[in-house]
Design a protein. Structure first.
Length: 128
């Protein structure tokens, strides 16, 4: 089963859990910069939605505060986003790569790292 789609704010909440580990709702809220900090109730609602989506769970309870932890990794969430994004291009990577090259956002180091990964896949018998 593929991981559920996550909204931008859901990804921001998940980032707090991926970076800092298990947190309470208040602790998640406090990871946002003060100027852009959502209300406690907003964070609470979003965390409960993430719980329904089965991407977080209540790990324990301290006093009256539930502590939540991530059930999916950052890598899994990123792969879902990338797959969805490539779907906009019919699954073709070439237009994305062309844009990255033209915008100067793809470095020689990036290309060399990609080549190394492709070589590893080829040795394992995977299809690049």
């Amino acid at each position: 089963m593929s991981p559920p789609k996550l909204s931008k704010i859901e990804l921001e909440l998940m980032e707090a859990l991926w970076t800092k580990g298990a947190l309470s709702i208040r602790e998640i809220q406090e990871t946002f910069p003060e100027a852009k900090r959502p209300a406690y109730t907003t964070v609470q609602t979003m965390v409960y939605r993430l719980e329904v989506k089965k991407v977080v769970r209540r790990a324990k309870k301290i006093s009256n505060a539930h502590i939540f932890e991530a059930l999916i990794s950052r890598n899994v969430a990123q792969r879902r986003l990338i797959d969805d994004f490539l779907g906009l291009f019919g699954g073709r990577m070439q237009p994305v790569m062309a844009h990255l090259i033209e915008a100067g956002k793809l470095t020689l180091e990036d290309v060399q790292e990609a080549e190394k990964t492709l070589r590893k896949l080829a040795k394992k018998g995977g299809s690049p």
